[in-house]
Design a protein around this ligand. Structure first.
Ligand SMILES: *[C@@H]1O[C@H](CO)[C@@H](O)[C@H](O)[C@H]1NC(C)=O
Length: 394
């Protein structure tokens, strides 16, 4: 017997004709060897590809002639395309330019080309060659459409803590057949665990989601992991590298004097903290104070800038503050202090000389000059120094 699908199955035929055709196929056609090879052929293609749907009648014998070649897609039992001799193929429902007749009517070849395959094209295609007077012969082709997954990673924004949380999620969406998702977590060692969930969509595709779990310590921050997606619709596995990010609020705010009249405020935070400088004791900021990013700058040193300055570090997860007390000694004062000091020294020297001269003149030996005993107040701006001088003077 030849691999011909029996016309007995064509339920569009009236029963009486069916019976007649059954008889013809099983007796006459069988012996003359008119056949459509490749019945039950299975074509597997990735979405977007091009399929050749072959249909070729071999061994046609006179008096049979081909009167029509038609295509239908199950489960619909009506033709969607009809090919007649010497005319363009006729689309029954609507024209779909993705189907192209590439066969040759006179060579009994009814092959079709279907380009830009979509998921909806999946199904069984049946080619029916109508012979006169013998009847119909047909062949079926099963078209399987594979859909590659759309892969993505989602940072689950873990913040520092001691409870296990989802660190990052890998998604392989809309795949057919279901994609496999796996995390490579060698760098995390025992600290990691992965979950998997598969959801099916109405169109037959599935989405596979895998989350990587771990305890969000700062120790695992910046560790490299990889999500590996495998799918029959992908020519090779897809690898999605990821660097684990553990987020935390500003840790400690450190203020340091980077240069003369410049204070820098630094902190550790993730994401990086925003630094805001403000003056704590006065609501209105001074025009002479410049803030350049994290640096507070005093371009001119005037005593009206004296005060408490606050640096605040803020990010999504929290804020932290620190203060610096700025005391500016004006330049004019510094000069006058130096002059005053010099004057004092000169006076002391003068007094000493005068005593020396006086003691020599009177020939009074053994008496110490009183002036050398008292301490000369040093030029100082600190409160403690002034206190010291005051105590000695008492
Ligand atoms: C039928 O036509 C197709 C497209 O032109 C061709 O590839 C195929 O070889 C033909 N079949 C035979 C058996 O000649």
């Amino acid at each position: 017997m030849y691999p011909v699908n029996s016309p007995c199955n064509l339920n569009t035929q009236p029963w009486i004709r069916r019976a007649a055709l059954c008889f013809l196929v099983s007796t006459f056609l069988g012996t003359v060897g008119q056949a459509l090879p490749g019945i039950g052929e299975n074509i597997i293609l990735v979405q977007g590809g091009t399929a050749i749907l072959p249909c070729k009648l071999v061994g046609r014998r006179p008096p049979d002639i081909v009167s029509q070649i038609s295509w239908r897609k199950e489960p619909r039992n009506v033709n969607f395309l009809t090919i007649l001799p010497k005319t363009e193929p006729i689309f029954i429902d609507r024209h779909d330019e993705r189907f192209e007749f590439i066969g040759n009517f006179s060579a009994d070849n009814g092959s079709l080309k279907l380009s830009n395959i979509m998921l909806k094209d999946e199904g069984t295609y049946t080619c029916i060659i109508t012979l006169f007077p013998s009847g119909n012969v047909k062949t079926s082709i099963l078209l399987n459409v594979l859909v590659p997954p759309v892969t993505s990673l989602k940072d689950d924004l873990p913040t520092v803590g001691d409870e296990e949380v989802s660190l990052v999620t890998c998604v392989a969406a809309g795949a057919k057949p279901p994609a496999e998702v796996q995390w490579l977590t060698d760098t995390l060692g025992e600290k990691a665990r992965q979950s998997i969930s598969v959801s099916e969509h109405a169109d037959g595709t599935t989405t596979t989601v895998s989350s990587l779990f771990g305890v969000p310590t700062r120790e695992i921050d910046q560790r490299s992991v990889e999500c590996v997606v495998t799918s029959a619709a992908l020519s090779k596995e897809e690898r999605l590298p990821f660097t684990v990010q553990i987020y935390f609020s500003p840790v400690e705010v450190i203020i340091s004097e980077t240069s003369e009249g410049a204070f820098e405020c630094v902190t550790e935070a993730k994401p990086n903290a925003n630094i805001t400088w403000s003056r704590s004791d006065q609501s209105r900021p001074q025009s002479t104070v410049k803030v350049d990013g994290a640096t507070l700058q005093f371009p001119s040193m005037t005593s009206d800038l004296n005060g408490l300055y606050q640096c605040e570090a803020t990010n999504l997860y929290g804020r932290k503050r620190n203060y610096v007390y700025v005391h500016v000694t004006s330049e004019s004062c510094q000069t006058c202090c130096v002059l005053f000091g010099l004057l004092l020294v000169l006076m002391v020297v003068a007094v000493a000389l005068w005593y020396l001269y006086k003691t020599r003149k009177c020939f009074r030996t053994g008496e110490e000059p009183r002036g050398e005993k008292s301490k000369v107040p040093t030029v100082s701006t600190t409160h403690e120094d002034y206190q010291q001088v005051a105590e000695e003077q008492l």
